[in-house]
Design a protein around this ligand. Structure first.
Ligand SMILES: [Zn+2]
Length: 188
């Protein structure tokens, strides 16, 4: 994962704030785990309407917990031609802050392979964290900062029931950061 470069003056305070917030409160009642499991079963059955319904259930729980308006979700069979997200690796979803709509697609762009449940859930958490940036934190933009990725990872591991991983970062050119996977996987 690679962070965005810091923006110019006007948005810099929000960017730094986003980078600083590395944790997220998490619902402790197991509801996220339950709804995530229903997404997994729907994906196994392969019907996108069921997957969409399960994702909407997930977003209802998270939006309620964080006290934000629920965002809508659309599940597509394949990646649309026009996408908003400017993720650095492969694309699996996007979020439109104006319409508050998350779109997810079940097949990869390049090899048309079915997206794995882990990648799909991680994308859902990623896009929902964009929603939180605007609706909960009040940022004027939703940057991919170290804090953003850390919040996303916290939500994802909690929903998946896997132990949280501390992310380690290495500085790269232009004020950006790249995940140091060897250190992250070693946990030190
Ligand atoms: Zn993003």
């Amino acid at each position: 994962m690679l962070t965005d470069a810091p923006p110019r003056k006007a948005s810099r305070a929000g960017f730094l704030e986003s980078a600083r917030i590395g944790t997220l409160d998490l619902p402790q009642n197991g509801r996220l785990l339950t709804t995530a499991k229903s997404i997994e079963s729907a994906m196994k059955a392969g019907k996108s309407t069921d997957v969409r319904r399960a994702c909407a259930g997930f977003l209802a729980v998270t939006s309620d917990f964080y006290g934000v308006r629920a965002c809508a979700v659309r599940v597509l069979a394949a990646r649309p031609l026009r996408v908003r997200e400017h993720w650095t690796t492969e694309l699996f979803g996007d979020y439109n802050p104006r319409t508050m709509l998350i779109r997810l697609w079940m097949r990869t762009a390049v090899r048309k392979q079915v997206t794995s449940f882990g990648t799909f859930l991680s994308t859902l958490c990623h896009e929902f964290c964009h929603h939180l940036d605007y609706q909960r934190f009040g940022f004027r933009d939703s940057w991919h900062t170290r804090g953003f990725y850390e919040r996303t990872a916290a939500l994802y591991h909690h929903a998946k029931g896997t132990p949280p991983k501390r992310l380690f970062w290495a500085a790269v050119r232009g004020g950006r950061w790249r995940t140091d996977w060897p250190r992250t996987n070693r946990g030190m």
